[in-house]
Design a protein around this ligand. Structure first.
Ligand SMILES: Cc1ncc(COP(=O)(O)O)c(C=O)c1O
Length: 365
């Protein structure tokens, strides 16, 4: 069997009976939108991250969009974020006519450099949106402290870090709003698109619930502009099963990462864990010289790899209008040329781990 980059098939085989049972319950009930599966999921998610409220929604992207809408972000507002992330983080800011203001990253964690945030804050700044990239959080205490000093919000983009902890507290419960994604390849993934928003404020929760449902609390009575951002019941059914096994899976991810660390850290830059963090390894990402040539060589050993992300956002065509140029965020640019993610999932066998390690050692010998 070829080495899978992410092994969703083995996971499905393991939970198949339970998942099909829950899916059948939804089909029998004909309750496809919202309903008890979604209610149960929201309660379990809130309990899991220790947030007061969890609102399930249609994707990680919509979670971020809805968070911004709930905080009344509008045209010409500025939101500080990182240029080294998936496009969705900054895309939703632009969609609202607000301006993504980028801050370079920390060379070790690849997350926003908290020491460079304050110089970008002005009267238009409304929020900071740190991204917990690859599965570990930013320095959230410092970011929250800066935000509260300036009276602005913090929205954590925890699309890749569900289950990770910072100072013992779970990602997505570390600031006013936390957002995550249940895209199939995420550590906790469903079988389509899905996401969730977390907060502790009841008023905010009610507004978020309205926004994901066309701005209505009562049917056909619309009080704010919203979207169709609900999670469907079939996805909730899948997540309700997978959540039960999630911590076991995280443990396996961490064991595989440890094995990669021990066998690769003498020849490549392996992930560096922030001292206050645990990591969920949504991606196990190394740094190498001559990355593209290295990838081609690994291909000859049938090792699948991926680059997250080859072009930082300030150099993407879509953000040309922001006026950034090459050299503006040197660490992001350097790291974008060097990173490479290795096969990672709780079901990656020991044999496959060994093949990855041996191939890397051969290519670099
Ligand atoms: C950092 C980050 N933010 C947002 C998203 C968007 O999530 P979704 O694909 O569920 O819309 C992703 C998904 O890859 C992501 O990695």
């Amino acid at each position: 069997m070829p080495i899978p980059f992410i092994d969703l098939k083995s996971q499905y085989d393991l939970y198949k009976n339970e998942i099909l049972h829950e899916i059948n319950k939804v089909l029998d009930s004909s309750q496809f939108i919202m309903g008890s599966q979604v209610d149960v999921l929201e309660q379990s998610l809130a309990k899991y991250v220790q947030a007061k409220y969890s609102i399930a929604c249609s994707s990680g992207t919509d979670a971020l969009l809805v968070a911004l809408l709930a905080l009344d972000i509008k045209k010409d507002d500025e939101i500080i974020t990182t240029p080294f992330t998936f496009i969705a983080t900054a895309e939703v800011i632009s969609l609202l006519g607000a301006k993504p203001v980028f801050v370079d990253i920390d060379e070790n964690t690849y997350n926003i450099d908290e020491n460079k945030i304050e110089e970008k804050i002005n009267h238009k700044t409304k929020a900071i949106m740190p991204v917990s990239l690859y599965g570990q959080c930013s320095n959230m205490d410092k970011i929250n402290e800066i935000a509260s000093k300036h009276g602005i919000f913090v929205i954590e983009d925890g699309a890749q870090s569900f289950g990770a902890t910072y100072k013992g507290k779970k990602s997505c419960a570390l600031s006013q709003i936390g957002c995550t994604s249940f895209f199939p390849s995420k550590p906790l993934g469903c079988y389509g698109d899905g996401g969730a928003i977390f907060c502790d404020d009841e008023k905010l929760m009610k507004k978020i619930k309205m926004i994901i449902n066309h701005g209505q609390e009562q049917r056909y009575k619309h009080d704010v502009v919203g979207i169709n951002g609900r999670l469907d019941a079939l996805q909730a059914a899948v997540l309700n099963v997978k959540l039960k096994y999630f911590d076991q899976e995280l443990k396996k991810r961490q064991e595989i990462a440890k094995r990669y660390d021990e066998n690769l850290q003498d020849i490549v830059q392996t992930p560096i864990l922030g001292e206050d963090n645990t990591h969920v390894y949504a991606q196990y990402t190394i740094q190498v010289d001559n990355r593209d040539e290295f990838c081609d060589n690994l291909k000859q050993f049938n090792i699948p790899t991926a680059v997250h992300y080859p072009i930082p956002l300030h150099l993407q065509n879509v953000f040309k209008y922001l006026g950034y140029k090459k050299g503006d965020f040197p660490i992001s640019e350097k790291i974008a040329n060097r990173v490479l993610s290795l096969p990672m999932s709780p079901f990656l066998t020991k044999e496959h781990q060994d093949l990855v390690i041996e191939a890397i050692r051969k290519v670099l010998s």
